[in-house]
Design a protein around this ligand. Structure first.
Ligand code: GLV
Ligand code: MN
Ligand code: MN
Length: 419
């Protein structure tokens, strides 16, 4: 005998409506090379948020904003006593980012809501679609900021006091775009959290898999470094008198690269941001400020890196007669996702006949912090050449639709499970 057909088994998301909504969102902050520049808490981010809010309200969702600007769009369930199923991602982008990093998870979440509304389906548990603030970390130096504050990882005052390169605080930026909300930024009871995202790496594409069943995310540590030497005349300062901060930075960048490569293909080490002062071609650089980040799937390996790097970098600074101030911005361990939620993602892909494989996330995601409070899983789809954090980031509409369908199925299974 066949298994009983669940009422939602034949519920199909609308691939064209999903793609059109993705392209609409991509117009906000569009760049000439086909990407987006939607830095967190800027006027462009406000435009994306306002657009998202109006789309949600048009679907009858109640939108609330918390004190760190996280947006929550709620669809009531049949049983108001049940904690909601959460899903979503982020609408901010890298300075020269792609159209899909973050936006896919939010817009696919909207497509889930539209599909349910169109079919007139009421879920047992309420649903809440989330847009987390400042996932990228490129403006204020703190990746996963909104979800981190929500989950209690960062105190709100610490997040408010972070500044961008112009000295604007998070608190001022939130107020200036009108998204410093009334609701407390803290976990509310929730049943589960699902996040759809592009893989941002090459594995699914190389293996011809449509769905990545994400089992967890790797460990990370981020630093800010300031090297100080002495500004002096490029033509008159002999080698013995030079205290060149950029030479020291170059050697530390090389150290990051060597430490990464010593860990084989699992190693990750990046210096992505560098500011040279006074940045004049005939002045020996007196100060260099730069970022450093390391990642590894294994906590012990990351801990070894985090103990080795400050010592080795300090030794290089001393050799170069420079002062080094190294601030650890944050560190988080590898985060495994919830076996029950992972199983629902795997089951949805299997029932829909999609090729799927398990995968560990190389990128950070809001799901990493949400997972500390709520059972969580993620769904990945392939992106072209594994390329992300790049304006040329691209995906196939079929893959977007497959990911949204799996999201829809997993969310429904969870929202309608027996209480
Ligand atoms: C987020 O984009 C990250 O740095 O992984
Ligand atoms: Mn992202
Ligand atoms: Mn990103």
């Amino acid at each position: 005998m066949n298994a009983p057909v669940r009422p939602t088994d034949n519920l199909r998301i609308d691939p064209d409506r999903l793609w059109d909504a993705l392209m609409d969102m991509a117009r906000i902050g569009a760049t000439p090379k086909g990407g987006v520049r939607r830095l967190t808490l800027t006027a462009v981010d406000r435009a994306a948020r306002d657009h998202f809010r109006s789309l949600c309200e048009a679907e009858g969702l109640a939108v609330t904003v918390d004190a760190i600007g996280n947006m929550f769009a709620r669809r009531d369930g049949r049983d108001p006593a049940r904690p909601p199923v959460l899903f979503g991602s982020h609408l901010d982008s890298q300075p020269s980012g792609g159209k899909f990093d973050g936006a896919l998870g939010v817009i696919a979440g909207l497509e889930v809501i539209r599909t349910l509304n169109e079919a007139g389906i009421e879920t047992e548990a309420p649903l809440v679609l989330c847009n987390w603030t400042d996932e990228e970390g490129s403006r204020f130096g703190h990746s996963l900021m909104g979800s981190g504050v929500w989950a209690g990882v960062y105190p709100l005052p610490k997040a408010y006091a972070l500044t961008d390169a112009e000295g604007v605080t998070v608190e001022a930026a939130l107020s200036s775009i009108g998204y410093r909300g009334e609701q407390k930024a803290e976990p509310f009871p929730a049943d589960s959290y699902f996040e759809l995202h592009i893989e941002q790496g090459p594995i699914l594409e190389a293996e011809g898999a449509t769905i990545g069943i994400v089992t967890g995310a790797q460990a990370q540590v981020w630093y800010d470094a300031v090297l100080t030497g002495r500004e002096s005349h490029a033509g008159t300062t002999p080698p013995s008198a030079r205290r060149d901060a950029l030479v020291g930075a170059a050697r530390i960048i090389d150290l990051v690269e060597r430490m990464m490569r010593a860990r084989g293909e699992d190693g990750r080490g990046t210096v992505g941001e560098l500011r040279v002062l006074p940045n004049s071609r005939n002045v020996v650089p007196g100060e260099v400020r730069f970022s450093v980040e390391f990642r590894h799937p294994d906590d012990a390996a990351l801990a070894a890196i985090a103990s080795e790097f400050p010592r080795a970098a300090a030794a290089i600074a001393a050799e170069c007669r420079l002062a080094l101030v190294l601030a650890e911005l944050f560190r988080f361990p590898a985060q495994g996702f919830d076996p029950g939620c992972i199983a629902l993602v795997a089951e949805a892909a299997r029932r829909r006949g999609m090729s799927a494989r398990e995968i560990v996330s190389g990128a950070g995601h809001d799901a990493v912090y949400v997972a500390r409070k709520v059972p969580t899983a993620m769904i990945f789809i392939p992106c072209k050449d594994g390329l992300s954090h790049n304006e040329e980031e691209s995906i196939l509409p079929d893959h977007a639709a497959a990911g949204a369908q799996v999201l829809c199925d997993a969310v429904l299974a969870r929202a309608n499970r027996p209480a």
